[in-house]
Structures are given as C-alpha cells and as structure tokens.
Design a protein around this ligand. Structure first.
Ligand code: CA
Length: 422
C-alpha cells in the first residue's frame, strides 16, 4: 500500500503545501468546491490552495463525487499517483496547472457527495461506558455491545459541511425534576466527536459484503460532529433510540481523506481485554485485525463569542484518538451489509463518539461535564455545562508517524445559533 506518493521528502511547487499542517503533497484529499463566482466542481486540497480537477484529463467531473466513489480504488489510486507527479517540485505540468489553482480561503466548500443514507454507529467503547454509567452505574454496557457493532439509521437531509451555523433545536424536554414534558429550545446542546466513513462501490440488495472485502468499499474518511440535544434525547430515546435529538444537524469536514493517504497510519486493532468475546466469524478477518484501525489524533476546541471578540485563542476541550474504537471500519461495513441491506456510493457512516479512556479525551460534553453536573471553566472566565448560542466548536484530526509527512483532515467547524441555520 505504500509507494512513492508517501515519500516524506516529496515537496510541491505549491509553496504553502510544504510543511502544511493538513494538506502537504502526501495527503491529496478530494472534495467539491466553488471558486468565486463559479459552480461546484471536484478539487484536491494542496496547501492553502485547491486545484480544480478539470485540469486533470479523465479526473472526476460533475457537482458531486458519487460516480467517482462508485468506481472504487483503482481510479482513485491512479488519480493520486498522477496528482503526486504533477504537483511535485520540478513537474513539467506546473505552467499548465497553475491557472487552475484557487485560494482555498476564497472558495466555498460543499458536501463531497450526495448522501443517500447515513448510519451512526456506537463503536467508541469509552463513550458507551461513560454514557451507560450515567444511566446504569452497575451495568454500563448492555450485553450485546461486544458482539454487535451497535448503530442506528440517521438522517441524511440535515448533514452540512464545515463552516456554517447550527440551529439550536426545539423539542420535548422533561427533566427529572418536572412531572410533565414541555416544548421549547434545547437546554443541553452537545457535540459528539466522530469520524465519518465514506462508502465507495457498495453492494446489491441481498448480497452481503464479506469482512475480507469490506475495506474495498471504504472510499475515505472525514471528521463528523453528531450534534446532540441531550434533554430531548433523554426523554425520547426509549424504546427506539435517538430521533429528533440527533436529526436536526450533523456537520462534516469537507475533504475526503483517502485510504491511500491514510495507509501509513493504519495500526492493529487493539487486543480485546481478557474476558471479552472474540468477534463472530463474519466480523473477524486476520488482515483487518492486523491493520484495520487508524492512528488519528482527534481534537475538539471551543471559542465562545466573548472569546472570539476578545481575540482569545480557542480552548481545547478534548484530545482523543481513533485507535480507541472497539470495532474497525471494515467490521461496521460488513455488519451493515450482513443482513442484505445495500450500501450505495456516497453513503455515510459515523463511527460513534470517540472518547479516550481518561477525561482529557472525552468526546462529548455529556461526558466531560458529567451530564452537566461538573461545568468546565474557560479562559474567558465563562463556564459551560453544555453549548451556548455563539459557541464555535471545531474538530481537528491529524496523523503522525516517524518517517512520514504528517497529514490532517482540515477543520470541522460550526457556530451554535438561535437563528435560522445557514
Ligand atoms: Ca453519535
């Protein structure tokens, strides 16, 4: 899986790419962007710039990447090799490509694909433990957790791309202190730190995907914020699970970081603790156990309106890592398709909230503030149990390994608003 495109010494003639925190020439993530005054089109992030893929013969075209995701690994690898050659120092194509470069800061990003279906898993075991403990102190994990990659069908229509605002939802709330529910704005608005998994070719209805082939259906990853209205959730979630507490908004980072870019950062799935069951055969694959996890550092920061007005830097709420997932992405794909359900190109999975074992890496305020009982203090002197209007939440994801250029995901960012969503 490793080739010359991963060489840490590669440099690009796009100067800002060299040493860029997210998008050096070793990353080359794909997305859909509009240049100023232009229509949506495919692009690749390189440093602070975006290269319009119209400049590349036989590259993806159109206003979404669904068709490209459907075509699988072979054209994706070919495009990566081609872009790596064309963008590196000394390339003969520089003069031809330069007119197709746009300042990323001046462009508008869009969702990279039309998302037909969105499924949110629950594979972060520390999150599942922390949340379960708040409801069932003696028995935080239900008996199915270590056998079944738990998930539910989410809402695709309200998925948005980084950079907008998120409208505080209204709904039914019934705190334990009140005898009857009331309808009104959510009081306990939260984020959930997750990875998004973009589905590539997919399967026909009734044709499950064997675990050994599941990787070939993963087209790349992004960051995913599963905004959560905890008071609404607490009242509505039994017996069928989350509904309006989750369906009002999900925010994604705009770039699809490909399996090829992530290849140096694959790691073994952590050994299950003594006494945990071995996954059932349809979820167990030797190669997946050996290389199926990701070493991706995941960060959450917050900047309140007062902090931004005062020029105070964003405050880190959490530093976690994708290695804490209990199930691999391939296991989620194989499990999802095992009942015969068809996955389609551009479908999206959320991994579930990825919390670290200790509180410095909890992936939601529900955990960090222990359900709002332990407010956090911010550098501005403000405190937070949950999110207030004007709070900006930003996720970041970065991969590092000795001998390789670090790469990142770009931001997954949104500001909580009490006005119409944008
Ligand atoms: Ca979630």
């Amino acid at each position: 899986m490793l080739d010359s495109t991963h060489d840490e010494h590669l440099r690009s003639w796009v100067a800002s790419a060299n040493g860029h925190r997210d998008f050096p020439i070793q990353n080359l993530p794909l997305g859909i962007f509009s240049p100023p005054g232009g229509a949506p089109r495919p692009g690749v992030a390189i440093g602070d710039m975006i290269l319009d893929l119209a400049a590349v013969p036989d590259g993806p075209a159109g206003a979404t990447l669904n068709a490209f995701l459907a075509s699988g690994a072979s054209p994706r690898r070919a495009l990566r090799a081609r872009l790596s050659e064309a963008l590196r120092d000394g390339s003969a194509e520089r003069a031809q490509l330069e007119p197709h470069l746009h300042e990323a800061a001046a462009c508008t990003m869009h969702l990279p694909a039309t998302i037909g279906d969105y499924t949110d898993f629950y594979a972060g075991i520390h999150h599942a433990n922390n949340v379960g403990r708040q409801f069932r102190p003696d028995n935080p994990l239900l008996p199915n957790y270590k056998y079944v990659p738990i998930g539910y069908h989410g809402r695709a229509s309200s998925i948005g791309v980084s950079g907008g605002s998120v409208l505080r939802p209204s709904g039914q709330r019934k705190p334990a202190t009140e005898t009857l529910p009331s309808f009104g704005p959510c009081r306990n608005l939260d984020y959930e730190l997750e990875l998004g998994i973009w589905i590539g070719p997919g399967n026909d209805l009734g044709s499950p995907i064997p675990i050994g082939e599941a990787e070939s259906h993963i087209a790349g990853l992004c960051l995913l914020n599963d905004w959560s209205a905890r008071d609404i959730q607490g009242w509505e979630y039994q017996p069928l699970g989350p509904f309006l507490a989750k369906s009002f908004a999900t925010t994604l980072s705009p770039w699809i970081v490909t399996p090829e870019a992530l290849a140096p950062f694959r790691i073994a799935q952590a050994a299950r603790p003594e006494g945990d069951p071995t996954p059932l055969d349809y979820l167990l694959d030797e190669a997946d156990q050996a290389h199926g996890a990701y070493d991706i550092a995941l960060e959450v920061t917050i900047a309140t309106r007062a902090m931004r007005d005062a020029g105070t830097p964003a405050h880190r709420l959490s530093l976690s890592n994708a290695r804490h997932l209990y199930w691999t992405a391939a296991q989620m794909v194989a499990h999802h398709a095992s009942g015969g359900c068809n996955l389609r190109p551009g479908d999206l999975f959320g991994t579930g909230t990825i919390s670290a074992p200790d509180e410095s890496g909890f992936g939601s305020l529900l955990e960090t503030t222990n359900g709002g009982r332990k407010p956090i203090e911010l550098p501005s002197g403000e405190t937070r149990r949950f999110l207030e209007d004007g709070d900006e939440v930003v996720f970041g994801g970065r991969c590092r390994r000795d001998g390789f250029a670090p790469i990142g995901f770009g931001a997954c960012r949104a500001i909580v608003s009490d006005g119409p969503a944008t």
